[in-house]
Design a binder for this molecule. Structure first.
Ligand SMILES: [Fe+2]
Length: 324
């Protein structure tokens, strides 16, 4: 745990000023902006890094086009913004690049593995929230992209929190919940998935509302695929409140939908967003291959100042030789 976490803009720094080194094009009212200008295959000047970071804090997910990076360039880019973790703590990494996780289309289950139970929040999640310190950010790069289908959505969890009634905000401010890995709801897990999950169990308790240190924003930190129950409530109370919150965070006005192209990059703040890969790709015959690097995150802190706690498993540390 000695490596630096996701490094943050200094007090009073660039993030309220208009960018001078990049162009930021917002895509919706609440979330998502396309960034134009930098060549991400080359080392970035510190002021460019700061402006991208500021856009990320504001827009929660930023996109770049026509950046066909190699694995090594992807690792270099991620290192400018924080400390990459191992590709995935449970599901492994790309051969020769321990920081890179392969987001291949059929990595967990074949397309004929059965219809999942479809609810509005099916598949929505924030990355690795079963860890006590979920990644601060993820950088996902498009390599093999279908001609249509296989888009990704993100939702702004700060806006979702703000748009709850003050009374409900006051209630959820006091709650904590248990996050763990298990097969997505209604989806048959492969034996490989179950075995990997058994070998590295991860279970953590997080506040339902976390406070972001740089901005003071409160975020509805609910990750539908991983948040299993609210501490201290009966199972029925927990389920019904979670259903209300999960449905709330997936309202279309909080979201952005991204159409991938080869060489596209999506860089999101994993503390303030959840995302979804719709399953339309499983009804198509096209392949899709993305690669992801996640940056080490801090332990979330609730409105009352209490940090998250690990129930099972170790924190996600920055990758270093020997970690793998
Ligand atoms: Fe994800």
């Amino acid at each position: 745990m000695s490596s630096p976490a996701f490094t943050t803009a200094a007090e009073g720094s660039v993030h309220d000023l208009p960018p001078r080194h990049i162009a930021v094009h917002p895509l919706t009212g609440h979330i998502g902006a396309e960034i134009e200008g930098p060549d991400l295959s080359r080392p970035l000047a510190p002021e460019v890094v700061e402006e991208i970071r500021a856009a990320l804090l504001k827009w929660k997910v930023v996109f770049f086009r026509d950046q066909p990076l190699t694995h090594a360039e992807h690792v270099q880019l991620a290192g400018a913004f924080g400390a990459p973790t191992i590709g995935h703590p449970v599901f492994g990494f790309v051969e020769g690049f321990p920081q890179i996780y392969s987001v291949a289309r059929d990595r967990f289950a074949g397309r004929h593995s059965g219809e999942p139970l479809i609810r509005p929040w099916t598949g929505w999640h924030t990355d690795v929230t079963a860890a006590v310190n979920p990644p601060a950010a993820s950088i996902l790069r498009g390599d093999v992209i279908p001609p249509y289908g296989g888009d990704t959505f993100w939702t702004n969890l700060a806006t979702a929190y703000e748009s709850l009634s003050p009374t409900l905000r006051g209630f959820v401010d006091t709650l904590r919940g248990v996050h763990s890995f298990s097969a997505p709801e209604g989806q048959a897990a492969t034996d490989d998935f179950k075995e990997k999950n058994r070998r590295r169990p991860l279970v953590s308790e997080h506040p339902l509302v976390r406070v972001i240190p740089e901005t003071g924003e409160r975020v509805l930190f609910v990750s539908p695929s991983f948040l299993k129950r609210i501490t201290g409530l009966s199972p029925r109370e927990s389920q019904q409140i979670l259903e209300l919150l999960f449905e709330h965070i997936t309202r279309p006005e909080f979201t952005v939908r991204f159409r991938w192209q080869k060489g596209s990059i999506a860089f999101w703040d994993n503390r303030t967003t959840a995302h979804l890969a719709p399953r339309d790709i499983y009804s198509l015959d096209f392949d899709r291959q993305l690669y992801r690097i996640t940056l080490k995150g801090d332990v979330p802190v609730g409105v009352d100042g209490r940090p998250s706690t690990a129930i099972e498993g170790e924190p996600l540390d920055a990758f270093s030789a020997g970690t793998a």
